[in-house]
Design a protein around this ligand. Structure first.
Ligand code: R5P
Length: 266
């Protein structure tokens, strides 16, 4: 692997822990002003110190985030449809490699729709992105999106993740499921999990813990952090699971989320 590619991946997946907390705020690309991201900068900035990387669109990056940050950026480059469209899964390429380079990104992210009507289009567009990104040493993150009619089980997610890696993805983002070890075992590149819809904090922390235990290298989490009533303690708790530390010192000051995190680890 060339130096630039290796360096970018090491900026995303921390070499000291081999893990990553990717913070996702890209939802507006198909959901518009999602609850909690209406003023994206106000939501993101207090949470940024606890994130290893930030995943978002080029518009959100330019309009809401100061270039003074040094958090690695994961740029979403697929889209073109919205929640209002019955063909929502028919995404294409919405940002080119030149703009990704201008934005100094650490990786580009693209959604593939394995098993959906538009499977072929999304897979071929993904390979175009891979060819362009590899030329400049930029890793691609495959996002395995799942159509409503498909089941998020180990068989399906294992299939989609493996296809993503075989096409050339450097990192795969998928969903946690029962038997997740099988998904990890059959995928030759690091896997991270999406958080999904907002669930109780304790459940989201357990999801994180279970996914890491099964072999995921981290999470790409959004709503379960920024839609939490206590987003800073929540991201700190997720971080505590992703990059394990001793929790003994937290006892005196720990929040409920810290406590949940400690209890999960003990
Ligand atoms: C999906 O729309 C995006 O790729 C999100 O970045 C991803 O699903 C992670 O966000 P969440 O944890 O809210 O699912």
């Amino acid at each position: 692997m060339d130096w630039g590619m290796a360096n970018r991946i090491n900026r995303i997946i921390r070499p000291d822990t081999g893990r990553t907390l990717m913070f996702a705020v890209d939802h507006g690309y198909f959901m518009g002003p999602t609850t909690g991201l209406e003023k994206l900068d106000e939501t993101v900035m207090p949470l940024l110190p606890y994130a290893d990387s930030l995943m978002l669109t080029r518009g959100a990056l330019r309009y809401y985030v100061t270039p003074k940050i040094d958090t690695p950026i994961i740029l979403r480059v697929s889209g073109g449809t919205s929640v209002l469209n019955k063909h929502m899964l028919h995404e294409g390429i919405v940002a080119g490699i030149e703009d990704a380079i201008r934005l100094n990104v650490a990786a580009v992210a693209f959604s593939i729709m394995v098993g959906a009507d538009y499977e072929r289009d999304t897979l071929l567009a993904f390979t175009e992105v891979i060819d362009m990104a590899e030329r400049y040493g930029i890793p691609t993150l495959a996002v395995t999106a799942v159509g409503k009619e498909l089941v998020r089980d180990a068989k399906y997610l294992g299939l989609a993740s493996r296809i993503a890696a075989e096409l050339g993805a450097r990192i795969v983002k998928t969903y946690y499921c029962d038997g997740f070890e099988k998904v990890v075992e059959s995928c030759p590149v690091p896997i991270i999990i999406a958080g999904g819809k907002k669930i109780p904090e304790k459940d989201a922390l357990k999801l994180t813990y279970d996914a890491l235990k099964a072999g995921a290298v981290g999470v790409d989490m959004g709503r379960n952090i920024w839609q939490s009533e206590n987003p800073v303690p929540m991201i700190k708790a997720v971080r505590g699971i992703v990059h394990p530390v001793s929790y003994t010192h937290l006892r005196a000051h720990e929040t409920e989320a810290d406590l949940v995190c400690r209890l999960l680890l003990e």
